[in-house]
Design a protein around this ligand. Structure first.
Ligand code: ATP
Length: 370
């Protein structure tokens, strides 16, 4: 989750009409085999119950660690954040999404030393890492093969009355082992309800844009509160990006004021019919469908899927799954992030520093949720 101009993905060059073999990207090497994990430290969370194994993700407010439960020896993902304003949001979302296929299981949450923790089902490589591990962007047929799963997850999230509000490649991940051809949706820090307590759609309102600039819908740049149509539009940008169709705004400076957001809005609108965004018929059509949706309208998910439908031969032959289905990917931490982890070293005496006390206070303040 992050309110920032994303630098994720690679600059992909111009959109193409025909499918070409995508160009190589730098490959990821730091895979960790699940059956080979050993821990060389005494960093523990949750009153000593969870042993830290490795960092597998990082975001705007903290890191995601792979941990092992000392009671059961099961591995989990532990999302730890410092005073994250999005934390309460994310816990509520995970509670509402319990049982949804394609959302990692949520096991527990706790707070330690001014940090919040979410214990989650461990899933595998995210889509951004997947593309990097392949060393090339995906072929369109490969990206389209993923669409039904992506839409199904989104539809279920919407059915629970929530919009995800930060759809991007790094927020989709493959499952592990026998689940490696299933997709999961991650990061519910910006997820928000779109229904009121009577089940009616919330009135259109405004708030400062949040999410990841690169994939944010055009309307979000006008500060229009997210609704279901915005998730779909962000999904189209996500798909374009993973299969080498350039996002024309990729090299724009991150918007810092209203005027800059308006510039983004204009370029993301891409002319009256969106045709200036790209020439690929499927993306053009999908974007037009997003633009035709009213603020409170329920999308026709099946129709959306049909835009990307593969023919019978393609559907039977195209396979999209990680080469290493039993591996997660280590992520490099910054020095200050490594230092944070040392606060949880059980061999070190832990004192609550002024900084941590301040963070707890901030986190408990009434404004913390905005
Ligand atoms: N349950 C999980 N299993 C495995 N890896 C995960 C899991 N949850 C998150 N990750 C990894 O950690 C990364 C960051 O997670 P997440 O997006 O939830 O954090 P964030 O702090 O909100 O990030 P950002 O600020 O970039 O949006 C993901 O892209 C993914 O690679």
């Amino acid at each position: 989750m992050g309110s920032k101009a994303s630098t994720e993905g690679e600059n992909t060059g111009e959109a193409e009409k025909t499918e070409t073999v995508p160009t190589p990207l730098p490959r990821l090497k730091n895979a960790i085999a699940l059956n080979q994990i050993t821990h060389a430290n005494d960093i523990r969370f949750g009153n000593g119950r969870f042993v830290y194994m490795d960092a597998i993700g990082r975001g705007g407010f903290g890191i995601v660690a792979m941990v092992v439960d000392t009671d059961t020896s099961n591995p989990y993902a532990m999302k730890m954040e410092r005073c994250a304003v999005s934390y309460k949001n994310e816990v509520e979302a995970y509670e509402k999404l319990m049982g949804v296929q394609g959302v990692p299981k949520f096991y527990s949450t706790f707070r330690e030393q001014g940090f919040t923790f979410l214990q989650l089902e461990l899933v595998g490589i995210n889509l951004l890492q997947f593309v990097r591990a392949k060393g090339r962007k995906l072929r369109r047929t490969e990206a389209f093969k993923l669409v039904p799963q992506m839409i199904d997850i989104l539809e279920q999230i919407h059915e629970r009355g929530l919009v995800h509000a930060d759809i991007k490649p790094a927020n989709f991940a493959f499952g592990l082992g026998s689940e490696c051809n299933r997709l999961y949706m991650l990061d519910f820090g910006f997820t928000s309800p779109f229904l009121d307590s009577d089940g009616e759609h919330l009135e259109a309102t405004t708030r400062p844009p949040r999410g990841t600039v690169l994939y944010m819908s055009a309307n979000q740049h006008l500060s229009i509160y997210n609704s279901r149509r915005d998730d779909l539009e962000s999904l189209v940008y996500t798909l374009m990006d993973i299969c080498k169709v350039s996002l024309p705004w990729r090299n724009l400076q991150a918007p810092t004021n209203r005027c800059a957001h308006h510039a983004y809005f204009d370029i993301k609108q891409g002319g009256t019919d969106g045709s200036k965004i790209c020439d690929v018929p499927e993306f053009k059509k999908a974007l037009m469908m997003c633009r035709a949706l009213e603020y409170d309208e329920k999308p026709n998910y099946e129709k959306f899927k049909r835009v990307f439908e593969l023919n019978i031969v393609q559907a039977a032959t195209v396979s999209v799954k990680p080469d290493l289905p039993d591996q997660v990917y280590r992520c490099n931490l910054r020095r200050e992030e490594e230092e944070v982890l040392l606060k949880f070293d059980i061999n070190k005496e832990v004192t609550e520093t002024a900084e941590i006390a301040e963070l707890i206070e901030l986190d408990n303040s009434p404004d913390a949720e905005d």
